[in-house]
Design a protein around this ligand. Structure first.
Ligand code: DHB
Ligand code: MG
Length: 605
């Protein structure tokens, strides 16, 4: 289907926006009146630019508050309409969006509104213009798509139809299945927007918090399914009012927007057994293959891995890259980069078919990452996530193959294997926590759903020393892969990102780590007084937690024992133990951890 986007989604001036839409690969645009009015280019110049860029102007929105008024006001509304029809002729577009009256309506009478819409449509017909009538969720008398549909039927003009907007339908909790009862010839236009579930008035929710499909909590797949089953064949158009996207890079937002539309149409097709040219079975990850830390000199990281009980598993045969292992947890330490400071750079995911996962990622528009591979080395396909992390895919054979490139021969190998029985750490990656800059956050949510096949858990807010931190975990259903995203607000430095390793006995790991000289993140004794008050823990257990600096949480499903190693530049490690069905992340301990960690900016990218 054709793809389109409302210029209101993007930052900058109209010309800049049009270039970005074309560059991203959209077929068309909806132009908001405010964008044209503020432009120095004439309608003819905008028309010529769109033609040159290969963009159709699918709809123009120049008029509101027309129907449901007294006759005097209506006469003036028709005068305004004629002036805007002139502009549309100059723009070369024939579809006008008309929102239901939210400002000036005084006549609560459907026969009046239908007659006025009919009269407007007749005027438009003389100019070859069609009108798409849209029920705004906050319209004075018309705020339900079924009411708009009834008025359109009642007015009964060939050039009058409806514009459906998923936000207005889903924000009011209206049942979208009624769309399938509508006449497809009257479905003139479709606007798509997602949104988070918020307790907010409809107008503010719509004007500030809309999101691209796949980033919020609305069922856009279900909504689009109804519309296509109804017989709609027009463009799929994005209309997302969002303050972040209005302030950030226009090209990046346009690309991100198209990715969301591709994701939505693929998912809708898959759900309904339709095919699209991009559709490929999604490759849900089955586990974490590795986490990569990069930097110029990572000896401090290696010392900490050694103290935590990781075993050195070899040096790469041709690169300044080393592998550390603790059971199934594999950490790649890459010193090839000339940039100082340790940072979390790569994430390897295990999937059934690595090539299919990479194809799907690239098909959906994720930028691929090039990494030099020498002869005889395993090639890994990768894409760049919006937060700067490189994501690699491997199946079991590929994983074995790249691990075979690490050949040992480093003194620490003996040190690791010399350890007494039970001393070596066995574990797996439990989660990684990626502090995500505010302007990339929504895009990263979409990336994690559409490219990585992860599902969002509910958003939580963690109290930190500088206010609440918005946090969202995205995971596989079985918890084998979990990415925690923490939103970093505009004025805050980027905090360190962390790697959590799951073990069977976190206290034993803490004891051994201390014996090897690791000082854990210091935890105040007030925290342990509070733990005692909350859980009435066994005094010996509590004093060992306090002595080591280990944290504890419990809920109805089980318990969580975890601790943090001190931050090194942009990275730190957490060791976690999950007891029984505990499925959280110790959120109640986050304020203590956040307060204890330094607030310095972490190296990025
Ligand atoms: O908020 C508004 O004014 C507005 C304008 C046009 C739309 O299509 C819409 O959904 C909302
Ligand atoms: Mg709309």
């Amino acid at each position: 289907m054709r793809t389109s986007i409302a210029t209101v989604c993007l930052s900058g001036g109209l010309v800049e926006k049009l270039h970005a839409c074309a560059e991203a690969g959209f077929d068309g645009v909806e132009i908001m009146d405010a964008d044209l009015v503020a432009a120095f280019e004439s309608p003819e110049e905008i028309r010529a630019l769109c033609a040159r860029l290969g963009l159709s102007i699918d709809m123009y929105q120049p008029l509101r508050d027309v129907e449901g008024v007294d006759e005097l006001a209506f006469a003036d509304n028709l005068r305004r309409a004629e002036a805007k029809f002139d502009v549309m002729e100059r723009l070369g577009t024939d579809l006008m969006l008309l929102c239901s009256n939210a400002g000036t309506a005084t006549v609560d009478d459907e026969s009046v509104a239908a007659r006025q819409l009919g009269e407007l449509a007749d005027r438009a017909a003389r100019r070859g213009i069609r009108i798409a009538y849209e029920a705004l969720a906050w319209g004075r008398y018309v705020n339900d798509y079924r009411d708009a549909w009834r008025l359109v039927q009642r007015a009964d003009r060939p050039n009058l139809g409806v514009c459906l907007d998923s936000f207005h339908v889903l924000s009011r909790g209206h049942d979208p299945s009624g769309i399938e009862k509508m006449d497809p010839a009257k479905l003139f236009f479709l606007q798509l927007a997602d949104a988070p579930e918020l307790q907010l008035d409809l107008l503010s929710w719509s004007r500030h918090h809309r999101l691209f499909p796949g980033e919020g909590e609305f069922d856009l797949v279900g909504f689009l399914g109804h519309t296509i089953r109804a017989g709609y064949t027009g463009p799929l158009s994005l209309e997302v009012f969002n303050d972040t996207f209005r302030q950030t890079d226009v090209n990046r937002t346009a690309q991100h927007a198209l990715r969301s539309l591709n994701w939505l149409s693929d998912r809708t097709a898959a759900e309904n057994g339709w095919t699209t040219d991009r559709l490929d079975a999604s490759q849900d990850p089955t586990g974490v293959d590795f986490v990569e830390i990069a930097g110029e000199d990572l000896s401090a990281i290696e010392q900490q891995l050694d103290q935590l009980g990781f075993a050195f598993a070899g040096r790469h045969r041709s690169k300044a890259v080393r592998l550390w292992r603790a059971g199934d947890a594999r950490i790649i330490v890459n010193e090839q980069t000339p940039r100082p400071g340790a940072r979390l750079r790569g994430l390897g995911l295990l999937v059934g078919d690595a090539e299919a996962a990479a194809r799907r990622g690239q098909g959906i528009g994720a930028p691929s990452v090039f990494r030099r591979t020498s002869a005889g080395e395993q090639h890994l396909s990768a894409v760049a996530a919006p937060d700067g992390i490189e994501v690699y895919w491997a199946d079991a054979a590929i994983s074995r193959s790249w691990q075979g490139e690490f050949d040992g021969g480093y003194p620490a190998v003996e040190r690791a294997s010399d350890r007494p029985e039970g001393d070596g750490l066995r574990g797996r990656i439990d989660h990684i926590n990626i502090a995500t800059p505010w302007q990339h956050y929504d895009e990263a949510v979409l990336f994690n759903t559409s490219v990585l096949g992860l599902d969002p858990e509910a958003v939580t807010e963690l109290p930190g020393p500088r206010g609440l931190v918005r946090s969202q975990v995205m995971r596989t259903a079985d918890g084998a892969v979990r990415l925690a995203m923490n939103l970093v607000p505009p004025t805050a430095p980027l905090p360190a990102r962390h790697i959590a390793v799951r073990v069977d006995d976190a206290l034993s790991v803490a004891r051994h780590a201390r014996a090897r000289g690791l000082r854990l993140l210091p935890i105040p004794s007030n925290y342990y007084d509070d733990l005692e008050a909350r859980f009435g823990l066994d005094p010996d257990f509590l004093s060992e937690l306090a002595d080591l600096g280990v944290l504890y949480d419990r809920d109805a499903t089980g318990a969580f024992i975890h601790f943090y190693a001190p931050t090194i530049d942009g990275v730190f490690f957490e060791i976690v133990q999950r007891i029984d069905g505990y499925d959280g992340y110790g959120a109640s301990n986050a304020p203590v951890r956040l307060a204890a960690q330094p607030l310095t900016a972490a190296p990025q990218g």
